[in-house]
Write a protein that binds this ligand. Structure first.
Ligand code: SF4
Ligand code: SF4
Length: 373
């Protein structure tokens, strides 16, 4: 194929097959948090896909202010995917869009800095060791060798929330823990560097033997998109489908069964279709309370809370009001970003409700104790 001057056509920015699937029906509009917030067609999935098409055809230049704004304003929550009758893979389109839109000097400085840090395997190994990275239980691992599975520690998670990995290993003691592992590349893929995102995911696949079990919904979805669904299990999915898992006990508060809600991980729910597993596990240890917006983004959205703090805070404030109204003791999270975001919101509102990773809550139920944070 050649252009009008006889030269080769430039490589398209977005995969034409993916881009052509949208039939502009608008079924996705009610599911989109940014459209709900603004009522602006450009802030909807359909509007953004039309912007991508304009970028693809050259009708809009990459520096067009609407393109810049909308590639950044989108949460990347993928709530538009499960409701789409045409099977539009919006998450993939967004990654390709940002890969072009945020290339070079156009990449947000903060995102670039985080990606640089996340790429330092040695640094995370050292910090993880200082924070108490869980270690493989050799006896348990050799007993489970025929069904090999590895625990992914996460890059920022192992430093910010080291108890999560320890709880996961206590719940599934047969998991292998490779201390050499780095970042899975989800951060890069979601922030305009898909090549590094894929490279890091492949490296993770080489470093971790067997099934990769992760406590992060966002990392699970990214790894599954690169390594294949069969290689990756998010922890709740892994536990809920394990024949050997039994509810570890009951979570009690003030002498009664605890009331627990869940904040879904957007990528786990919308990307991998995993949403009943964490609910079933929580219902096994406590009275489960469904938040009206449990399946809607909390505003963390990877780097969104850092790059778009005002919008993120607005989303979070509504979420915290809902948590308070539900009268729960705990909110469980299945992704470190959601954990950090909800923790910030609950602390800011001086709430008595605690946000805890699902793995920790299950472990606490087994040990018959309440969390201290
Ligand atoms: S993304 Fe899907 S649901 Fe939304 S307008 Fe396009 S085809 Fe319809
Ligand atoms: S990813 Fe989320 S915010 Fe972005 S268009 Fe889809 S539903 Fe809207």
């Amino acid at each position: 194929m050649t252009d009008r001057t006889g030269g080769p056509l430039p490589k398209p920015v977005l995969d034409p097959d993916l881009l052509s699937r949208c039939i502009s029906c608008g079924f996705c509009l009610p599911a989109c948090p940014t459209y709900a917030e603004t009522g602006d067609e450009a802030s909807s999935p359909r509007g953004r896909i039309n912007l991508m098409r304009a970028l693809q055809t050259g009708d809009l230049a990459p520096d067009d202010p609407t393109l810049k704004e909308q590639s950044s304003q989108c949460l990347g929550c993928r709530a538009c995917e499960p409701v789409c009758p045409a099977g539009v893979e919006y998450g993939q389109l967004l990654e390709q869009w940002r890969d072009h839109q945020w290339r070079g000097h156009r990449m947000p400085v903060l995102a670039r800095a985080l990606m640089l840090v996340a790429g330092r395997r040695g640094l995370f190994r050292l910090l993880g060791r200082l924070r108490g990275t869980p270690r493989t239980n050799v006896a348990e691992t050799s007993a489970a060798a025929s069904d090999e599975a590895s625990l992914m520690l996460g890059c920022f998670e192992r430093v910010l929330f080291p108890r999560v990995g320890r709880a996961a290993l206590a719940l599934v003691p047969g998991l292998t823990v490779s201390p050499a592992q780095g970042c899975c590349g989800a951060l890069h893929a979601h922030n305009g560097d898909t090549a590094t995102g894929e490279r890091l995911a492949h490296r993770m696949g080489e470093d971790l033997p067997g099934t990769i079990v992760t406590t992060s919904g966002g990392c699970a979805a990214h790894l599954a998109s690169v390594l294949g669904r069969a290689r990756v299990r998010e922890l709740s999915d892994h536990l809920a489908t394990s024949s050997s898992y039994r509810p570890p006990g009951e979570l009690r508060v003030d002498g009664r069964r605890a009331r627990v809600a869940l904040q879904d991980s957007c990528h786990l729910r919308n990307g991998l279709g995993v949403w009943t597993a964490p609910r079933d596990l929580l219902a096994g240890i406590a009275d489960y309370v469904e938040l009206p917006s449990a399946g809607t983004c909390c505003g963390a959205a990877g780097t969104y809370s850092l790059l778009r703090p005002r919008e993120s805070r607005r989303i979070l404030t509504a979420k915290i009001d809902e948590v308070e109204a539900a009268g729960v003791d705990f909110v469980a999270a299945v992704n470190p970003g959601c954990l950090r975001q909800l923790h910030t919101g609950l602390r800011r509102s001086r709430s008595r409700v605690k946000v805890v990773h699902l793995a920790e809550l299950l472990l606490m139920a087994g040990e018959n104790r309440c969390p201290s944070t």
